[in-house]
Design a protein. Structure first.
Length: 333
């Protein structure tokens, strides 16, 4: 596959799994265009035209000719300067690394992370939170996240990849959408009645079982296993965690248990205050599930993948049946 095709595949599958649906995506892109049209000329000059067709600002090609042929992809959860050097070292050892894929974004994919958070208001609306209330809450949180990211040294890994001439891209929200879609359907099928049922359902999935064997499995916190779960909501997409104030709205809308990758203590305390159970499925394991679904799609199209940087590599067929667990294996050169 060409580098451009890998990028386009990430955007396509991210849209297909997006909680907003096609109409919601189209409306979001229309709002992006409207915002662009309202900009003064000096800001239009530095705007990103990909925002009109790609709803995921954290999914971009950073380094490399988009027409570069990629036969072997080095991928992981966080691909920083060290992993760029790893790619170069593997090349020296004869492993044909043609490009690097990082789940967590770098560069402008990171500095604009706040823009993908808008989806959270749409997700909350499906649960019963009025859209105008959710939108107000998420806009406040987006501004907070944007200010927090402003001091970050965002181009370190990109600079290293450029100097070593290693093509480099990210796909963040698309794979988070994949894990959200997968787990939502999984819990709909399993119909867990209790907190223990939710935990057991997660442990049936290889990524979570392997993480548990390493001491990083699903964590139920203060909740008793016998407690009834109520409505289970999978909170795995939208850039980063939402605002504290939305917890009360979710409780009023009937959410009984939140299954997330991670959650700050502030939000956990708020959830406890409103009698919502919180199950932390695990960050690396949840990211791995979404990444694996993406990489499997690339492998079906002939791209070999090498897993590193926290990625628990599990292979599935097109029906999402597990066909192999392959921690850290290298392709034959």
């Amino acid at each position: 596959m060409k580098l451009r095709e890998i990028y386009q595949t990430a955007v396509r599958i991210g849209i297909e799994a997006d909680p907003r649906g096609k109409q919601g995506i189209d409306e979001f892109l229309a709002r992006q265009k409207k915002r662009y049209d309202a900009l003064p000329d000096h800001l239009k000059a530095v705007a990103d035209p990909e925002e009109f067709t790609n709803p995921f600002s954290d999914t971009r090609i950073y380094v490399g000719d988009p027409d570069t042929e990629v036969t072997t992809l080095l991928g992981g959860v966080d691909m920083n300067t060290g992993e760029v050097l790893l790619a170069d070292r593997l090349r020296e050892k004869g492993v044909p690394v043609d490009a690097i894929y990082t789940h967590h974004p770098e560069g402008w994919g990171l500095t604009k992370l706040d823009s993908v958070m808008e989806v959270q208001a749409d997700i909350w609306a499906t649960l019963g939170v009025p859209i105008q209330a959710g939108e107000k809450l998420i806009l406040e949180r987006m501004d907070e996240v944007r200010r927090r990211l402003m001091p970050v040294n965002y181009d370190q890994a990109i600079d290293a990849a450029r100097l070593l001439e290693v093509p480099f891209l990210s796909a963040h929200t698309p794979t988070d959408n994949l894990v959200t879609d997968f787990l939502t359907k999984w819990f709909d099928e399993k119909e867990p009645a209790t907190i223990e049922d939710v935990q057991k359902a997660l442990l049936e999935i290889p990524e979570y079982r392997i993480a548990a064997q390493k001491g990083a499995g699903p964590y139920v916190g203060k909740s008793s296993g016998a407690s009834r779960a109520g409505k289970v909501w999978v909170d795995m997409t939208g850039g980063t965690e939402g605002p504290k104030k939305v917890i009360e709205r979710l409780a009023d809308s009937g959410v009984g248990t939140v299954v997330g990758m991670h959650m700050s203590q502030e939000l956990r305390d708020e959830a406890d205050k409103h009698s919502i159970h919180v199950i932390i499925a695990g960050h690396m394991s949840s990211d791995s599930l979404g990444i694996n679904l993406f990489l499997d799609e690339l492998e079906r199209r002939g791209v070999k993948t090498i897993a590193t940087s926290g990625l628990i590599r599990v292979h599935r067929d097109e029906g999402r049946k597990v066909i192999g667990e392959e921690p850290g294996a290298l392709p034959v050169a």
